[in-house]
Design a protein around this ligand. Structure first.
Ligand SMILES: *[C@@H]1O[C@H](CO)[C@@H](O)[C@H](O)[C@H]1NC(C)=O
Length: 201
């Protein structure tokens, strides 16, 4: 019995070790000084970042490879309180002449539940810096919700397990809202962020 559990430990340890050794850290260097880009060739009902929130009290600036953000973002997307908000992320790589979809992607079925969830990348790089999170966490991205940010910088380090990643990439984020009958609202949001991944340390 003892012997068997020791063997099991060894197997578990080596699986764990192999995983660790393949998880590499990369820094994402954004291409656009304003960080966000519009998705290309979208129909009229697909809005960009400025259809999501009013940025008149928000500033984005850049120094070298680091983007700085501060101020207030007030959501203005015309959806209804209580709607389910679904968000998808998909990573594309520029391969010689065209953008090619990669295996990295995820869909969050109910973003309102996870917007301030500490283990998530978006918490680490964005919602962690919302000073009034106690007041707004239940108001999700519903219109009128005003996020008051402390000044923060985007120094984005990601772990990728498996194949090495390098060069020009973009993430396309889409946000859709659904009413209580699971019918999609007429408008949705599409945002692109382009940049380079570079090995970090
Ligand atoms: C952000 O909102 C707060 C509270 O409404 C306000 O006091 C502050 O001046 C705003 N910041 C900017 C940059 O407009």
């Amino acid at each position: 019995m003892l012997c068997r559990s020791k063997f099991l430990y060894a197997v578990l340890f080596s699986i764990f070790f192999v995983k660790i050794s393949y998880a590499l850290k990369y820094q994402f260097i954004p291409e656009n000084d304003e960080f966000f880009d519009d998705c290309s060739n979208q129909p009229k009902n697909i809005l960009n970042i400025y259809g999501l929130f009013d940025a008149s009290e928000f500033t984005i600036s850049r120094q070298d490879d680091i983007i700085y953000m501060s101020g207030n973002a007030t959501f203005k997307w015309n959806i209804h309180p209580g709607d389910r908000i679904e968000m998808s992320f998909q990573l594309f790589k520029f391969d010689r002449i065209a953008w090619v979809q990669t295996l990295f992607g995820m869909t969050v079925r109910n973003m309102c539940e996870l917007l301030y969830d500490e283990p998530q990348y978006w918490y680490k790089y964005w919602t962690k810096h919302v000073k009034n999170k106690k007041d707004v966490r239940n108001k999700c991205m519903y219109p009128g919700t005003k996020l008051i940010h402390e000044p923060f910088s985007l120094n984005m380090i990601f772990d990728f397990t498996g194949l090495p990643i390098s060069g020009r990439h973009k993430v396309i984020a889409t946000i859709k809202a659904f009413n209580a009958n699971n019918v999609e609202r007429p408008t949705s949001i599409c945002i692109e962020v382009e940049g380079q991944f570079e090995r970090f340390n």
